[in-house]
Each structure stands twice: as C-alpha cells, then as structure tokens.
Design a protein around this ligand. Structure first.
Ligand code: AVI
Length: 343
C-alpha cells in the first residue's frame, strides 16, 4: 500500500530542504507518493479555505454545526471537576485561521467570563489572522499564539498549571495521518497534558454500510471531487509548488486529479494520474543530485489519505494514545463526530 505520511521523526530542517527531501524520497519510491503537507503553500492554503466552503465538502460546516448545537455541554464537560476559581484554557493544534473555534471561545467566555486561547500552527500568517479576528470579535479572549510544528516538535504549551486545558484537534486533520502516525501525534499531545485535561477530537465518519443512507462512498467521493474543480486545483497545485521550489518541469496538463474510496483502509485517497508516458526532471538541490522521474500513462502519485472513522475506531485510537473517551456528539445525519476524551 502506498504510504502517504507526514514525517514525524525527522529533524527540523528548512521548508525548502524538506520539500526537496520529500520530492526525492516520494517520487523515487514505488508507488510514487508526495506528503500532504506539501499542499499548504500560500496558494494551497487559499484553495483549502475555498474547499471548506464548497457545497460538496460537508466536513467543515457540519463540525461547525455540532459546535453550535453543543458548545455549552462540551465546555461544561471539559471543565468538570475544575475548582470554582479555575478557568479552562483552550489550546488548538494546527489552528490555521481558527474560523470554527470562535463558537467554542465565545461559549467559554460566557461560562467563565474570560478565556486564554493558545493556537499552535506552522503558519505565522494564519496565526496573525486568527488572532486579529478573534480579538476583534470575541471580547474576553486572550490569544497566545505559538508558531510550532506539532507533528515534529514536542508542544511548547506554556501551560498555566493552575488551569485545566482543553486541547482542540478539530477539522478531521487527524485523518490525514497514517494510523501509526496519528497515534504518535496524539501520544505526543497526551504527554504534554495533565490529569484532568481533555482533548476534543474532530473526525469525519465512515459510511456505515447501508445503515446510514445519508453517508455513502458517493458522499465522500463528491466531497473530494467537487463540481467546481477546486479540489483538482488543490491537488495539482503541489506540482506547481515543486516547479517553483525545486525548478522541476512538471507539465500540469499532463496530470489529472483523481479521488477514490479505499473501503479496506476506510480512507479517501487522492492521486495525481499521469495522462501520458512522460519524463520529469528535478534539478540538483540540497537533498542530492539532479534526477528524473518516469511515468507511464495511468500511473499516479499518491498525494493524500483522508481516513474516515467509526465511533469505535475513534475510541480505540484515543485509547492507544492514552486518552479515555468521555462523550461524543454527531450531527443528526451522522456525517461527522466530535469526541471529548480525558488525558
Ligand atoms: C485538512 N484535511 C482534513 C482535509 C481532508 O478532508 O482530508 C484536506 C482535504 N483534501 C482534499 N480536500 C480537503
């Protein structure tokens, strides 16, 4: 099976070196792969924002609707056992522009008068935007942004020991990791938390084999193959990024976006399929000498996995990382779940 993973165990290197390394390793392996973190250059991040607003991409708005319906309960449960003067601190992994977090922050302010919010992300620009939006719209929030790659570094949480922490890992981001790596990410987070702290995990749900007529593989395929072609552009943009960052000569017209449902692995896979026999050149760079990549027509580069979970699979994943599920909430159509777990 192709393994599209985020690198968890490599030392921190510059982004350009990491791109060069990823391209060399991924494009010379069989089958060819590229890691999904490569999607998120400026253009890719912008395209992803557009994806979250597409009619077919139900994930973002469904998770938001779960927050809107259950924020009060979620935060009360997360704060359970907190002393009367204690306040919950919210930390968010991979916060990006934190568009959905506003609902939870507003509720935290309602329940406890004020809240400290620590968004963690690799993108300083996204964090600045998040901070500006939140400060302008939700009085009572203190934002302490942290630029960090939570997939590579131990989290520099700067936690306030007298308060409990609610860590948010939402948006189904955990689904983009291979199962072993997902466990490591959660274990790494668990190691930074204290007893009484909680995690709120957002996961996209698996189609449930006929029991849930609202969610079939077709629902998923539409979400990753939208009519407007934004996901095509998002997937193909990785080749534009390699051309720009590495000087490679990918011809975008010679590839097409393909999404498929892998029932056995319970994941959507995204591929870039070669439309012709072709050779691509990648000049020498920090990762080594120049090399060429040959494609035969129909061969693909595996660019992303997006795992879909049953409620039981979420519980097992959490348990494997040392968390204990305490409650979960789904939308009425059972498309998406948010699960609260104790550290
Ligand atoms: C960021 N991540 C949860 C998205 C997903 O659904 O797996 C990335 C994405 N890929 C294609 N569309 C959206």
């Amino acid at each position: 099976m192709p393994s599209t993973t985020f690198a968890l165990d490599e030392p921190l290197i510059s982004t350009l070196d990491a791109v060069a390394n990823e391209a060399r390793v991924g494009l010379t392996s069989d089958p060819k792969t590229l890691s999904p973190w490569l999607f998120y250059d400026e253009e890719g991040s912008h395209l992803f924002e557009q994806i979250t607003e597409l009619p077919e991409y139900y994930l973002t708005r469904t998770e938001r609707s779960i927050f809107a319906a259950h924020a009060g309960e979620i935060l009360r449960e997360a704060a359970l056992g907190q002393g009367p003067s204690g306040k919950l601190t919210l930390i968010e992994l991979g916060a990006g522009t934190a568009t959905k977090t506003g609902i939870l922050l507003a509720e935290a302010v309602r329940q406890q008068g004020s809240v400290v919010y620590q968004p963690v992300d690799v993108s300083e620009t996204a964090l600045a935007e998040a901070s500006e939006n939140i400060l302008a719209n939700i009085p009572g929030v203190t934002v302490r942004s942290q630029v960090a790659d939570y997939t590579r570094e131990a989290l520099p949480l700067n936690r306030l020991v007298e308060t409990r922490t609610l860590a948010l890992y939402i948006g189904s981001s955990i689904g983009n990791f291979m199962p072993e790596d997902a466990k490591d990410v959660l274990r790494n987070l668990r190691a930074q938390l204290l007893p009484g702290d909680t995690l709120l995990l957002g996961t996209d749900l698996a189609p449930s084999g006929g029991r849930n007529a609202n969610k079939t593989p077709a629902t998923l395929l539409a979400a990753y193959n939208d009519a407007a072609g934004v996901t095509d552009a998002f997937n193909l943009n990785v080749l534009t990024r390699l051309n720009r960052d590495l000087g490679s000569d990918f011809v975008l017209q010679n590839f097409r976006h393909r999404a498929c449902w892998n029932q056995t692995q319970s994941r959507i896979e995204m591929h870039l399929e070669s439309l012709t026999d072709q050779r691509v050149h990648i000049p020498a760079n920090s990762s080594g000498p120049a090399f060429t990549v040959d494609f035969v027509q129909g061969e693909s580069i595996h660019t992303e996995n997006s795992y879909k979970f049953t409620a039981a699979a979420v519980e097992t994943l959490l348990a494997s990382a040392g968390f204990k599920r305490t409650n979960s909430w789904q939308d009425p159509q059972h498309l998406f779940a948010v699960t609260l777990a104790a550290a």
